[in-house]
Structures are given as structure tokens and as C-alpha cells.
Design a protein around this ligand. Sequence first.
Ligand SMILES: Nc1ncnc2c1ncn2[C@@H]1O[C@H](COP(=O)(O)OP(=O)(O)O)[C@@H](O)[C@H]1O
Ligand SMILES: [Mg+2]
Length: 595
Amino acid sequence: MKKEAPKSITKAGFKRALRIFEYVKPYKAKFTLGLVFLLLSSVTFMTFPGLIGRLVGGDEVSDSPIDRFFNLENIDQVALLLIGAFSLQALFSFMRIYLFADVTERAIASIRKDTYRHLVRLPMTFFSSHRVGELNSRISNDISQLQDTFMTTLAEMVRQTITIVFGISLLFFYSVELTLVMLISLPVMMLAAFFFGKFIRKLSKKTQDELADSQVIVDETLQGIQSVKSYTNEPFETARYNVVAENVRKVAMLGAKWRGAFASFIILGLFGAIVLVIWYGVRLKNSGEIGMDVLMSFILYSVFVGGSIGGVADIFGKVQKAIGSTENLFDLLEEPLEEAIEERHGSGSRSGKFSFSQVAFSYPSRPDKPVLRDVSFQVNQGEKVAIVGASGAGKSTIASLLLRFYSIDQGEIQIDGMPINDLSINETRSMMALVPQEILLFGGTIFENIQYGKPGATRVEVEAAALKANAMEFIRGFPEGFETKVGERGIQLSGGQRQRVAIARAILKDPKVLILDEATSSLDAENERHVQDALEILMKGRTSLIIAHRLSTIRSADKIVVLEHGIVRESGTHDELLKIENGVYKNLHNLQDAS
Ligand SMILES: Nc1ncnc2c1ncn2[C@@H]1O[C@H](COP(=O)(O)OP(=O)(O)O)[C@@H](O)[C@H]1O
Ligand SMILES: [Mg+2]
């Protein structure tokens, strides 16, 4: 998913790209029928120049090859035949477009579903090494590129091939001499078109990349719009965006210049060829070798053929783009998954005790920086264990490891006496609930947000959870109660309110192990008391890991683990730790008491 140099069509890449047709396979019959209509409409299309030439030629006895196929006596018959051909063409085109759209939309929908399904199952490591904005724009751009290919490029390809092959054969049929004259100018055009086209595709790919960069900036700014505003960094962000917007413009303009030059060249070549053909054709007609109808048909066929040849480079570019998009998609689809995450597990039989022994870990994105170096501690069933330490000490990392967002480098984590890797990821996560510091609510109602902890939970269950979470009062305070919309398009809940929704969600899940990652540290005293009360209820009789910055909240913990730079320095109860002379905890405690 990184920026790549424009891909040329290699055999392997082409083969891989063909696999995209797997998605079309289920609709093979429709697709084939669509192809048949496409063939029919392309062939019908090729009769127009002949018939129109014959029509223009008038009633005089004609030498047009059309007369060898149809027994035509006057222009009325020709006109009728032409209208018939148009009607057929109209019908064929409709059927072709309808069938292709039907197949394409179905195939694209399953590609979308597969991609999304795969994406959400990728491990955390993947998400920490890819920017969300980039993923977003790549997926939507790549998929619409494919849509374009199936919908139109394929049809154009078939039609242009037929036009070129049929057209040139028919031209020979009408006049060998005139065809040779016309063909003299074609190879020059084709050669130029090929080289021009290649160059222009390179530029348009570059524009695409610059555009993706600019989208990343917009995404990031909008997601963090509060910070942008609070730091009055609008000018900074604007300047940052202006730079990429200018880059997009420059690259696009460079592309436009060359596209313009390309268009001029094709037009000159094409019209040059047409003038040449008309001039030569009129000479042939004047000397009586061909009739007006043949000349007319010939010119029209030449225009058709010339146009199609001019479009070959364009089609080639589109096919190349489609192959690039398919590769991007397959790159994503072939990213290894976390582990099968299928049905939801109950956590019925597990006790919920766990332990870390001599765990060492560094994030895959920064393997040279050890985050945890030697972490050992044990949490028995029903115990409350707190982890304290300065920010950056590695506290949240411990929570992530317990949830198996990442794999450890050394040591062992056990759950219920079993190595964590012997349990399925799904089972491990089903046992746990995490209440983080920053709660993100999903767009939807408060009811749905609480229900998220246990999909399918009844109204009664959700309300009971809200009550226990101390959330009932404020929810009832909204005119729409549980049906109040929250999230991006709904009302904004305060930090404490969001926290209590999250706690209700965790209560509903009824986990064996509860992980609180600084769950109250961003709250004011008033809110903290509400939330703390709710947490006490939630922790009762449950194995809990409490990550805290403020020591006041953990005084009653069964054990306190003091973490410093990824190493466990001390552990014991509040009273025990205070007895350690010059201990880390004691120092922290004195500091916080003083403030
Ligand atoms: N996803 C990540 N990728 C790389 N480094 C990370 C990641 N998350 C945290 N870190 C680093 O790991 C260290 C510990 O972080 P963290 O566990 O969040 O600390 P704490 O929760 O104690 O404040 C920090 O130096 C932080 O920069
Ligand atoms: Mg943290």
C-alpha cells in the first residue's frame, strides 16, 4: 500500500489481476450474454457507414458492396434498413449496458464487502504502520477504478478491436488503392500514440499519489479539528495543505500539457489522414473509378477506424491502471489476518486469573526501542491490581498485550495457567473489557452504544447496565432518553458521560477481566466521583487491572505494581510500598500529596 512506481504490465501481474474475474464468475451467464450484446452492437455499428454512404449515393444504380448483401432498389429501402439497424443498435446497447452494470455492481459489492471484512480483521500491527487516510483513499480509489474498468473500459476495448479489424477489412473491400493510401498515415500515429500515452500515464499516476497525500492531510486535520483550533494552528494547517494542493496542481498541469500535446498530435494526424483520403478519393471518383456512395462510406469507415486507433493508447492506460488497482487490492487482501475471528465466545468456564513473567516487548514499528524490558506480576481471580508509573512507562502497552493486540518478544503471559497463545484470540478478548481514557462513541443512539458490549441484549439488560453505571440520571435528562443520537452527528456527551456509557457497555459484557486504562484521569472531581462509584460496582468480585496515574484511586488495590521504563521496580500493597525507604512509589506518593 506504499507509494509505488507505475507498474508496467508484467505477465505475473497480469495473471494476478485476472483473478479479479473470480468475482465475476458467479454471474458468468449474465456476463457472457452482455458480451454477446456488446459484440452484436459493435457489429451493427459497423453497418452505418456502408448504409449512410449508400443513402447519400442516391437512386442511381450503384456499385456499393452493400448491394451484394441486400437487394436494394431505392433510397426508401436504404433509409428503412438504416432505421432498422439503428433500432437494433439501440436495443443491443441498452441490454449491454444494463447487463454489464448488473454484473459489475454485484462484483464490486462483493469486492467491497471482502475488502472491508478483511481490513477489520487485520492485526493492530497493520494499523499502526498504515495511515488511515491513505487506506481510505486507496480503497475507494482502487475500487472505483475497477468499477470503471468493468463498466466501460472492457466494452470500449471490444468495440475498438472490432472497429479496427472489421473497419480495415471493409475498407479493403471498398477500395484497395484508397485503403493503402490511408494506412500510410496510420502506423506513424500509432507509434507516436504509444510513446506519448506511456509518458502521460506516468504523470497521471503521480497526480493520483499527490492527491492521496492531500487527502491524508484533510483527514488528519478534520479528525483533530479541536486541537487545530485550540492551538490556532489554522494558518499552519492551511499552509501545509496549500503546499500539497500546489503539488497536485503542478503535477496535474504537467500532465495536462502533455495530454494537450497528445490530443493536438492525434487531431493533426487524424485530420491529415482524412484530408489525404478525401483528396485521393475525389480524384478516384472524378476519374470514374468509384461512385459517390463508395467514397462517402469509405470516408466514414476511415473516421471510425482512425478514431479507434487513436483511442488504443487510452484504453491501454486504463487497463494498466486497473491492473495497478487490482494489485493494490490483492496486496491488502493478502495481508495475513490476525487469526480466525468468527463467532463470539462466551467466557463461562474461565476464572480470569493471569500473569506476566519476564515479558519483554517492543513495537513492531520501532523494534530498536524496548518498551517493556522485564515485567512480571500475577493477578489472582477476583483481585484488583493496579499499575502505576510515569507516562510512557509502558502501562497501556501491558493492557494491549493482555488483549493480544501484539505478540510479545520474550517471556510469557498466562491466562488461567495457560500460555496466552494456547487460547484463541477470540476467547481471550471475550473474557475482557477495556475502559480506556478516551472513549469513542459510535454514531448511533445511546442505547446502541451500550448494547455494543453485548449485541442482541434486551432493553431491560441495557437499562440495568446503565443504572449500575450511574448513567441513568443523565440519560433520562435528555428528551429522547436512550434514543438520543450521539457521535459525530449527534449530541456531544461530556467526558464523564461518555465514560459512564463505556462502563455500562462493559457491565453488559460482564467480562472476567476488567482493564481500566486511566479511566478517570481526564475527569473533574465531580464526574470522577460518579464514575468511580460506577467502577467500584463494576469491579466487585471481578479480576481487575487498574492503570492509574493518580494514586488516590488505587489505594485499596490488592496489589500495586510500580513500572518504570518498562521494568517492574516495586510491587505490594499501598502500605507495604510506603514502607520502602526512598521507594519510587513513596516518592510519587509524597509528590502527589503535596500538590
Ligand atoms: N503503537 C505504538 N507504536 C510504537 N510505539 C509505541 C506505540 N504505543 C506506544 N508506544 C511507545 O511505547 C512507550 C510506552 O507507551 P505506553 O504503554 O502507552 O505508556 P503509558 O501508558 O505508560 O503512558 C512509549 O514510549 C510510546 O512512545
Ligand atoms: Mg497509557
